[in-house]
Design a protein around this ligand. Structure first.
Ligand SMILES: [Zn+2]
Length: 212
């Protein structure tokens, strides 16, 4: 938001310079244009990335509507549910990703081979909320559908195949299997009641990463 305000301020200075009755200073005008573009860039970059997340959520939600909104810090402070990484309305498909999870996803897509715990969590949040947009209300089923699709999400983020698979398995093995409570189900295992037998399942054999 601050970048947009700064950019608008420089645009206003450009407008004032161009409509002034005094002679326009070309060097001054050039500096203003550069500053307006530089301050607009972070907002544009963020808008483009949000657009990509939107497209990924729509693909994961299959034929259901999915609209992603990346909350700023300010949005998160005043969000209805700031204590979670994201939330979605299965009826409207409106997905909110809390600050700084979209930034985590952007960083993850830049260095997926060195994904941090927070980045893997953020990857799963995007998938998890997309599963709600797909129509699932039950948290354990939603989370299990997500762990089976984190690989797809990573691929859609542009992550190379082998790394995407590694990251999805790492989330399942290192974080999902250590969860308790409403997000966890003992049926979320290869061959279990919640196994969707997806063609690109991370549980397909051979999966040496799951054998130790
Ligand atoms: Zn949920």
């Amino acid at each position: 938001m601050l970048w947009i305000i700064a950019s608008l301020f420089f645009c206003w200075l450009i407008y004032r310079e161009l409509t002034s009755s005094m002679l326009v200073s070309k060097p001054y005008l050039s500096i203003l244009i550069i500053l307006a573009l530089l301050t607009a860039w972070p907002a544009y970059h963020r808008w483009r990335f949000e657009h990509l997340l939107n497209s990924i959520a729509q693909q994961l939600a299959e034929n259901h509507l999915a609209i992603v909104h990346c909350n700023t810090l300010w949005d998160t402070l005043f969000d209805e549910d700031p204590g979670v990484g994201g939330h979605a309305d299965p009826q409207t498909g409106y997905i909110v990703i809390q600050y700084p999870r979209c930034d985590d996803l952007m960083n993850y897509s830049k260095h997926p081979a060195n994904a941090s715990k927070e980045e893997l969590y953020s990857l799963n949040i995007l998938t998890h909320e997309s599963m709600h947009a797909r129509g699932e209300y039950n948290e354990a089923k939603t989370e299990c559908a997500a762990v089976q699709r984190n690989y797809q999400t990573a691929i859609l983020l542009g992550v190379p195949d082998a790394i995407a698979r590694q990251n999805a398995i790492a989330y399942y093995k290192n974080y999902y299997l250590h969860q308790t409570g409403i997000y966890f189900s003992k049926d979320c295992v290869p061959g279990g009641a919640l196994d969707e037998h997806l063609n690109d399942s991370i549980w397909k054999e051979p999966v040496p990463e799951l054998q130790d």
